[in-house]
Design a protein around this ligand. Structure first.
Ligand SMILES: Cc1ncc(COP(=O)(O)O)c(C=O)c1O
Length: 385
C-alpha cells in the first residue's frame, strides 16, 4: 500500500542537534512551541539536492551563481508576478541582518524608523542597535476582526525626520495578509512622507486562508518599487532557517549601492548548502509546500476550534498566514504568562518583546499529536490561572 507522498505526522528527534527551539527546555518536560521554525523534515526534493551537493565533496567559497539566481527570479515572476532582475538581487545569510543593514544604510543617527506593533522583535531592536529612534504604532482591528494598519495613527506618529517604514507582510505575529487596497494606502503614505519601505515578506508562501493572496509590495507601482527594499527567503516555508540563506531585491541603484556599502566586509557569504536548498525549494518544492499548507490549515483549525470551545479566557483573532498564532491571554490576569504556561509544560513565545504584553505566540508547525498534547496542557494551565 502506498501512503501519502509527504508526511508531517512524524518527525525526527531534535534534541542533541543544537536546536534553538528544543535546547531551551533540554532535559525538562516542556513542549517547545515557541521560536519560528517547524519540526518537520524539509521537502525530500530539497534533501536530494543537498545530498547531491554533499557528494560533490568540495565546499569552497561560493558566490551567487546562475542556478539559485535564476531560481529566485523565476519564482518571483511565476509565483508573485514580480519581474525582478539579477542585478537587483543580493543573497544574505539572514533577514535579521538585512533589517539591521537597512536601518544603518538609509537613515542617519537621530532620524527615526516607523513600524507597527506587535511585531517580530528584530523590527524593534534594529533601529535601536543603530541608534535611530523607533516610532511604533499599534495595529488596529478592522470590521472583519482582522488586524490592519491604522492610517490615522500612522499620520499622527510620522515625523519630518522619519526615513523608513518597516512592513511585515504577511505579519508575524498576527498572521495578517494585507490586501491590495491596504498596501496601496501604505504606499501612498510612504510616498507622501518620502519614506523608504522595507517590506519583509518572508512568510509570503505560508498563506493558510484560501481567500487571501499575497501581494508583493514592489509590484504595486513603479513609484513604490523605486523606494522598496523587498526581503524574502525560502527558509520559513521550507523549514531551512539553519542553512542561513535569504535575499533582498532593491530596484533603485542608489539605494542598492548604499545597502551594499553598509554590509560590505561585515556580512558573510551565503554557504553552498543555502544556495542549493533555496534553488531546490523554488524549482521542485511546490508539491511539498501544497501538502504543508494543507497540514497547517488543519492544525490551525484544530487550534481555533479548541480555543473557542475550551479556552474562553483566551482571545484569538482570525489569522490568514504563517504557523504562528497570536493569543491574547490578558484576561487570565497572569503576571508572567509565558512562565505560567512553561510551568504547565508548554513553551510559548512571550508577547512582551513583540510589544504585546499579555499575549503569547504559539507555533503550530508541528505534528498534530504534539499540538493536541500541547493544547491539553494549555487547558490545564488556563484552569490553574
Ligand atoms: C518577519 C520575519 N523576518 C525575518 C525572520 C528571520 O529571518 P532570518 O532567519 O533570515 O534572519 C523571521 C523569523 O521568524 C520573521 O518572522
Amino acid at each position: 500500500m502506498t501512503g501519502p507522498k509527504y508526511t508531517f505526522d512524524t518527525c525526527p528527534e531534535r534534541s542533541g542537534f543544537g536546536s534553538l527551539k528544543w535546547d531551551k527546555y533540554k532535559g525538562g518536560d516542556i513542549l517547545p512551541l515557541w521560536v519560528a521554525d517547524m519540526d518537520f523534515t524539509t521537502a525530500p526534493e530539497i534533501l536530494d539536492a543537498l545530498q547531491a551537493r554533499l557528494e560533490h565533496g568540495v565546499f569552497g567559497y561560493t558566490v551567487p551563481y546562475e542556478t539559485p539566481v535564476q531560481a529566485v527570479l523565476d519564482y518571483l515572476s511565476q509565483r508573485h508576478g514580480y519581474k525582478a532582475e539579477a542585478p537587483w538581487l543580493d543573497f544574505l545569510p539572514g533577514l535579521v541582518p538585512a533589517l539591521n543593514i537597512c536601518c544603518r544604510a538609509f537613515t542617519q543617527p537621530g532620524e527615526s524608523v516607523l513600524t507597527t506593533t506587535p511585531v517580530y522583535p528584530p523590527f524593534l531592536s534594529a533601529p535601536q542597535y543603530a541608534n535611530r529612534e523607533l516610532i511604533t504604532v499599534p495595529l488596529a482591528l478592522n470590521q472583519n476582526n482582522l488586524w490592519t494598519l491604522d492610517f490615522d495613527a500612522l499620520e499622527a506618529a510620522v515625523r519630518p525626520d522619519t526615513r523608513l517604514f518597516i512592513l511585515c507582510n504577511p505579519h508575524n505575529p498576527v498572521g495578517r495578509v494585507y490586501t491590495r487596497e491596504e498596501l496601496t494606502e501604505l504606499a501612498d503614505f510612504c510616498l507622501r512622507h518620502d519614506l523608504i519601505l522595507v517590506s519583509d515578506e518572508i512568510h509570503c508562501d505560508l498563506i493558510i486562508d484560501p481567500t487571501a493572496s499575497h501581494i508583493t509590495t514592489a509590484t504595486l507601482s513603479p513609484e513604490i518599487a523605486r523606494r522598496t527594499i523587498t526581503l524574502m527567503a525560502a527558509s520559513k516555508t521550507y523549514n531551512l532557517p539553519g542553512l542561513a540563506c535569504a535575499y533582498s531585491i532593491i530596484e533603485d541603484d542608489g539605494l542598492r549601492q548604499k545597502f551594499r556599502k553598509t554590509f560590505r566586509g561585515l556580512i558573510t557569504e551565503v554557504n553552498c548548502f543555502g544556495y542549493t536548498a533555496t534553488a531546490a525549494a523554488y524549482k521542485h518544492g511546490e508539491p511539498w509546500r501544497q501538502a504543508l499548507i494543507h497540514y497547517l490549515r488543519s492544525n490551525h483549525q484544530i487550534l481555533a476550534d479548541f480555543v473557542q470551545r475550551e479556552l474562553p479566557g483566551i482571545q484569538f483573532h482570525p489569522m490568514q498566514a504563517t504557523y504562528l498564532a497570536w493569543l491574547d491571554v490578558s484576561a487570565l490576569g497572569l503576571a508572567r504568562p509565558a512562565a505560567h504556561f512553561e510551568a504547565h509544560g508548554v513553551g510559548l513565545s512571550d508577547g512582551t518583546p513583540f510589544h504585546g504584553r499579555g499575549h503569547l505566540r504559539l507555533n503550530f508547525g508541528c505534528p498534530r499529536d504534539r499540538l493536541l498534547e500541547a493544547l491539553e496542557k494549555i487547558a490545564r494551565a488556563v484552569e490553574k490561572a
